[in-house]
Design a protein around this ligand. Structure first.
Ligand code: SF4
Length: 716
């Protein structure tokens, strides 16, 4: 079967970074693609219920300007006029875009190009800042480029899989299924879960380390010391392929409290983990939001990578550190430079990169410095510095920390445009709304966690009232006077240019040490329309095998990295970088004891099994709502008992109050409370947990610490 044959359209799931392949026969018949290397036909509950997302009548029907239905032409004219006005009155830095890992690479590319090359600002950030930004920084620091070294096959081949800050059983179900199947085939394989909560991912775990929140650095620094002390490092690898080991070890060895006390885990469990890691060559350490969403997320990820470099376990079958991508196209967004801290195509703001991108785009207003990261962006709106914001395919009115401040920013910004398929809490504030093509209607590419580019193909018709995001962005660009640079007629046109930019002056002949990048899609820059339509799942970096199929697998197998001297870099991280909150202390008015009136707890936020983001799609699917139909706080039974076992709690922080249903959960640690992040003010008065979450962010990545906020809790 080719990719369009017999009305069977091959496409890709729009939910998570696993990037499962699907076959759509019609809007009512959609199932897993057995030929796709990400899932081989398997789907989780969300993917299995995609058809239901296409069968509802709640979508935005037409464009709106000032709450009135408007023609698309009128809305696009108004957007361009507002951008022009802001640039002329306040300068390009007053204009910002806020995008999403739900956008296709082609949407991302034109948005990034318009903002950074033509408007002349880097104020384009996305919800990937809340998702992967810390992993990006860790990759750049260690490898010289934002590259995930491993591939999904490594999960099949490993003898030890470690999940850190990842409830993959719920958030990356097909990967978790793959791990559990590998474990059944290989009885010697071990699974370790490192997470304060005992999540569903512990079902097949041989060991669960219920560490204290943010004690990951202490744990992996302790592992680094153990590897050195037990002579289990790979000295040849360290010598030939890395730099900075001594300093990293020195930082990891600074005097500190006993590790079991820092991590809150019995010494025997730590020893078991260290022993398994040191004795297992084929080890994959996969990490996700529990690592990234932290005030020290970049350092946590580098502490993990340090242990893999110290043992030479990178780029080898079954051995890799592995950042699990949250969203379907967070990776593709990073490839085009769709973050305020990147320029384009894995290039940053080095002088030669700016010059290269400027020449490639013939850009009249190339930006020369990073823009505002998500948290700073919304703070800048409140400070009156940003006058125009275009939000695409995301819902910051629910998902951002310090939500009251973000909602205030959305309320007060002079010009807010929202593009989405469905109304959201964010579109509630918009003065212009563009109805966007949704999954099944839009056409382009996404890149999953293992660097595989897959096509999302359209199989549903679009009316003249609804258009893809790339089209709307190009129409605005043309109205701003940039017709030549945005004269794209299809997503294939955009993809070819994107691939060409990735290859532009990307070779050994350039003098700059930064000019040679691993991310290079040269072979895809001249695809015909038909070849683009038929593009099979294609992993980068691209290699041609004997039967002319693109193949690839692991990065850094040859021990050559993308740094200036080709050596991977250890990052020295003192164990106290974690700044772990101490356990709640008793005070005169906040006491953790039997029959307390108020508890001080550590708030951890995250996802439910069958929900996605802010429920803008999954919340409309009855079957998916069965699993968790209302937001519920989960507390340790003893904490709940000390409050008198109420049905609802009142949680307070940042002068904000959340009243929410609660239940006892033995999987919770004492002193900690888990509240899901999906619900916003239109779906539940009890949602909006991000009202309580502080906006403190990692100093390098700007990723907010959504997993650790101290709050007070009492009976509602
Ligand atoms: Fe979709 Fe992710 Fe589920 Fe695969 S695992 S079907 S990509 S939500």
């Amino acid at each position: 079967m080719d990719n369009h044959n017999n009305n069977k359209i091959k496409t890709t799931c729009p939910y998570c970074g696993v990037g499962c392949g699907l076959i759509a026969e019609s809007k009512n018949r959609i199932y897993g693609d057995i030929t796709h290397p990400a899932n081989f036909g398997e789907l989780c509950a969300k993917g299995s219920n995609l058809a239901a997302s296409l069968n509802n009548n709640q979508r935005l029907p037409t464009a709106q300007v000032n709450q009135q239905p408007a023609s698309l032409e009128h809305a696009l004219d108004a957007i361009a006029e507002k951008i022009s006005h802001c640039i002329n009155e306040y300068g390009p830095e007053s204009v910002a875009f806020y995008g999403s890992g739900q956008l296709l690479t082609e949407d991302y590319y034109v948005a990034n190009k318009l903002m950074k090359g033509f408007i002349g600002s880097s104020n384009i950030d996305t919800n990937s800042r809340l998702c992967m930004a810390s992993a990006v920084v860790a990759h750049q620091r260690a490898f010289g480029e934002d590259c995930v070294p491993g591939c999904y096959q490594d999960f099949d081949m490993a003898d030890l899989v470690i999940l850190v800050g990842s409830n993959a059983a719920w958030t990356h179900p097909i990967i978790y299924r793959r791990i559990s199947e590998a474990k059944q085939k290989n009885p010697n394989m071990k699974l370790v879960v490192i997470d304060p909560r005992k999540t569903a991912s512990c079902a097949y775990a041989d060991l669960h380390l219920a560490i204290n929140p943010d004690s990951d650095i202490a744990l992996f620094n302790g592992l680094l010391r153990y590897l050195e002390q037990t002579d289990k490092t790979d000295k040849d690898y360290i010598e030939q392929h890395t730099e900075g080991f001594s300093k990293a070890l020195e930082a990891a060895s600074a005097k500190q409290a006993p590790l079991s006390e820092l991590c809150g885990v019995p010494e025997q469990q730590l020893n078991t983990f260290f022993h398994w890691f040191s004795d297992t060559d084929k080890t994959v350490t996969a990490y996700c939001m529990g690592v990234n969403q932290s005030r020290c997320g970049s350092d946590k990820a580098n502490a993990i990578i340090n242990c893999h470099l110290a043992t030479g376990r990178i780029g080898k079958p079954g051995a890799s550190p592995f950042s699990l991508t949250g969203q379907p196209n967070a990776m593709g967004g990073r490839e085009v430079g769709g973050l305020a801290t990147q320029l384009a195509a894995h290039m940053g703001f080095e002088t030669d990169s700016i010059d290269r991108v400027k020449r490639f785009w013939s850009a009249p207003n190339i930006t020369t410095k990073p823009g505002l990261k998500a948290v700073d962006l919304f703070q800048a709106i409140n400070a009156g510095k940003i006058k125009f914001l275009w939000v695409m395919a995301t819902n910051p009115a629910v998902s951002m920390p310090e939500l009251a401040s973000v909602q205030s920013a959305l309320e007060k910004i002079p010009h807010l445009v929202v593009s989405d398929k469905f109304p959201t809490e964010t579109s509630h504030y918009a003065d212009i709304i563009l109805p966007a093509a949704g999954w099944g209607e839009k056409d382009g590419t996404v890149t999953n966690s293992e660097r595989t580019i897959s096509r999302q193909r359209s199989f549903l018709p679009l009316t003249d009232l609804i258009k893809p995001d790339w089209w709307a962005i190009c129409q605005v660009a043309k109205r701003l006077g940039f017709s030549d640079a945005f004269n794209f007629e299809s997503s294939a046109d955009i993809f070819r240019e994107h691939a060409a930019l990735s290859a532009f002056e990307n070779n050994d002949n350039n003098t700059s040490s930064q000019s040679k990048r691993i991310f290079n899609l040269a072979e895809l820059s001249e695809l015909s329309d038909d070849q683009y339509n038929e593009l099979p799942p294609t992993q980068w970096p691209l290699k041609m095998d004997s039967i002319s199929q693109f193949t690839s697998s692991r990065l850094f197998s040859d021990g050559q990295f993308a740094t200036h001297n080709k050596k991977a870099q250890f990052i020295a991280i003192p164990s106290n970088t974690s700044r772990r909150l101490d356990k709640p202390q008793a005070s005169s008015d906040v006491v953790n004891k039997p029959h307390a009136t108020e508890l001080m707890l550590i708030l951890n936020t995250g996802r439910e099994r069958d929900q996605w983001h802010t429920r803008s799609i999954t919340g409309k699917i009855a079957k998916l709502n069965l699993h968790s139909w209302q937001p519920t706080a989960k507390l340790h039974p003893d904490d709940l008992a000390s409050l008198g076992n109420p049905s609802h709690i009142e949680a307070n922080n940042l002068q904000q109050t959340l009243i929410i249903k609660c239940q006892a959960d033995v999987q919770q640690k004492l002193g900690e409370v888990f509240i899901p992040m999906h619900w916003g003010f239109t779906s539940s008065n009890q949602g909006q947990v991000n009202k309580l979450v502080t906006a403190e962010a990692d100093p390098y990545s700007g990723q907010p610490s959504c997993k650790l906020t101290q709050i007070t809790v009492k009976t509602a």
